[in-house]
Design a protein around this ligand. Structure first.
Ligand SMILES: C[S@@+](CC[C@H](N)C(=O)[O-])C[C@H]1O[C@@H](n2cnc3c(N)ncnc32)[C@H](O)[C@@H]1O
Ligand SMILES: O=C(O)C(=O)C[C@]1(C(=O)O)C=C[C@@H](O)C=C1
Length: 249
């Protein structure tokens, strides 16, 4: 089993900070990076499996869109051990999918693994059919803004009645004061987790215009526009949150 590597990607001064990319270098440190960067990450991942257990309908699929190294799928597999469970994990980074395959082969018994299908694909193009649970954990925030509503509409169409989306994201606040307060506390969270000022500022430059966070109002309105009957924030820790949207029965 590979030892988890510490994220030091932005630790040394870079001549030019390139836009963030989910490449091989990021893959090697990804579990450490996401835990030290996203407040509440392990809570949101753990609860994703619990939510999936409540809303999964036998005979339908669970999709994990932007699955990275499969953390959400592992959470689902921990919660649901029914024969016939089918999970589709999609990510458009070859390096992520390749490492995800290794992680699953180490962590998941073969019988359960048979139901997991991994594919390197763009979630804005891949078909989503016969689903009851669609997971978007920290992925939607990287899509160009104009692709967000069309994707939610396609997910809504591909969901069975009573099906759900779990959407976890960095969020932004309409009030400038609230935005500043929670943003600054997120920087403190990163400092407390051992990131230096240089790492924080270079990562921020790399994410600029790539990670586009939106407000709760925008998320709720877009869920309504896509046809969802209800959406709720079930978790928030500083400027990171998770929403649950449900298709009418
Ligand atoms: C922050 S990571 C997701 C983390 C993962 N869901 C978890 O909770 O551990 C975002 C992932 O989304 C993937 N991604 C971004 N845009 C994508 C797209 N259009 N299609 C498929 N995957 C995408 C990236 O390659 C990356 O692996
Ligand atoms: O917003 C930040 O500062 C982050 O580091 C967030 C974030 C994310 O939400 O996905 C960005 C990239 C990495 O995948 C890990 C964490």
């Amino acid at each position: 089993m590979k030892k988890e590597q510490k994220d030091a990607i932005f630790a040394n001064p870079l001549d030019k900070v390139a836009t963030f990319s989910f490449d091989d270098k990021v893959v090697q440190v990804f579990p450490d990076m996401i835990k030290r960067s996203v407040p509440g990450y392990s809570n949101m991942i753990g609860m994703t499996g619990v939510i999936a257990r409540r809303y999964w309908q036998p005979g339908t699929r669970i999709y994990d869109l932007g699955c990275s190294l499969g953390a959400s799928m592992l959470s689902v597999l921990h919660q649901i051990q029914e024969p016939g469970l089918e999970i589709v994990g999609l990510d458009n980074s070859d390096a992520m999918i390749e490492r995800c395959r290794e992680v699953l082969s180490q962590e998941v018994p073969e019988a359960q693994r048979d139901g997991v299908h991994l594919e390197c694909a763009d979630i804005c193009e891949a078909p989503i059919d016969n689903a009851s649970v669609v997971i978007l954990n920290f992925t939607f925030q990287f899509l160009p803004l104009e692709q967000r509503l069309p994707l939610l509409k396609r997910i809504h169409e591909g969901l069975a009645p009573g099906g759900v989306i779990v959407l976890s994201e960095k969020v932004r606040f309409e009030s400038a004061e609230q935005q500043d307060t929670l943003f600054d506390l997120h920087l403190d969270f990163k400092r407390a987790n051992g990131y230096s000022e240089l790492e924080i500022s270079q990562k921020r430059a790399a994410l600029e215009n790539f990670l586009q966070a939106e407000s709760f109002d925008i998320h709720h309105q877009r869920f309504r526009d896509a046809g969802f009957a209800q959406s709720s924030v079930w978790f928030q820790y500083l400027n990171f949150a998770s929403l649950l949207a449900i298709k009418a029965r």
